[in-house]
Design a binder for this molecule. Sequence first.
Ligand code: GDP
Length: 449
Amino acid sequence: MVLAELGQRISSALVSLNAAPVVDEAVLDACLKEIATALLQADVNVRLVANLRNNVKKRVNMEALASGLNKQKVIEKAVFDELCSMLDGGDPKKTELRKGKTNIVMFVGLQGAGKTTTCTKYAYLWKKKGYKPCMVCADTFRAGAFDQLKQNATKAQIPFYGSYTETDPAIIAQQGVERFKKEGRDLIIVDTSGRHKQEEALFEEMRQVAAAVNPNHVIFVMDGSIGQAAFDQAKAFHESVDVGQVIITKLDGHAKGGGALSAVAATRSPITFIGTGEHMHEFEPFETQKFVGRLLGRGDWGSFIDKVKDVIPEEDQQQELLDKISKGEFTLRIMYEQFANIMKMGPMGQVMSMIPGMSNAIMPPGSEKESQARIKRYMTIMDSMTNKELDSSSTKMLGEQSRIMRWARGSGSSVQDVVLLLEEYKRLAKVFSTAMKGMKLPKGLKGDI
Ligand code: GDP
């Protein structure tokens, strides 16, 4: 079961509470059973699921519920909090880098988890934030490991260190760290091997590398799709080296994700980033509440609506827009209004990431400037459309050649730009309708979501 599906199942279990004439213990039990089954099928560790179920029950005081509080909200909140606390890896400060000092960060994880790719993404991210990262290849087990790291590092323009002849990874790691310390690099990333003839030998090697470089942080990289094995794997790594944080990769694919959640519990370390693709910029900081919110299908609607409220002062206007969005009607005018709001709202990535599925659709991360210019171009084209065109969602009508020519002439754009706009519209309409399906907005927007 992929994460989106898990979210849907949990959400529908919660919604079923609403349908019950009275929420009594039996209804709550049935709802929790459904949630527990969904979590288990998503590979969340059995013990964690049992804990979650018990804790929610403890927190939901049936007597208090009987006194007329919104039962669904109370239970929903308890489930939300429990999922968040399941993902709570302790003090996030412990994972921070120290500005102005040397930070040695060692990456561990099984081969294929995405370690080398993640080292590069991590280095690239901190480079953009002003650090001076570099990478050391301490994997002598896998032929080609150094070449791969070299290739990735070169692409990201990050200095690297490794050896084709030295066979002791601890020695290479130490030499690399020494070299880069001398060069004044403030973020030294050590990539380790992910495979050995025997598991114990791998762990022993990790301990030796750790002893040689004395890392400030050890990051466990885990493939988001590994399932139930995640708990034991994370535990074994944690027991060998002092894992302080987890990065989950491949959450873009068909990852079940539940295993990843279990890994946090096994290591009691926070997830700091997630990998969402093979490319360097497909890497996001992990925020527990946001993640659980999205998982439960309501994404960041609350904050999104707050932002919309800020930029559209007229209440009826805002209601109308939200009504339309919730019905899944996506016209060019809505797209125009969204673009206009987004331009007003500031950092677009931040806003778009609030709508599940939208961020990558409108603006791939790392390309804010280009996207803003593109959006401006599109808005100029839409300015030359008639009201009827803006309010139509008929792609057949919008695709008529004479209209395309008129819009291009009217806006001083190329026909190609107009066609691109229409393509963008079709794509967004699809993303929008998928993201909005099943999301109910409260009447009058007064309720909390
Ligand atoms: P390592 O053996 O742990 O160093 O793993 P690699 O960095 O070589 O990655 C193994 C494969 O996973 C490569 O094909 C990567 O491109 C791919 N990969 C890594 N991270 C991600 C991710 O977040 N999403 C996807 N789709 N692929 C990833």
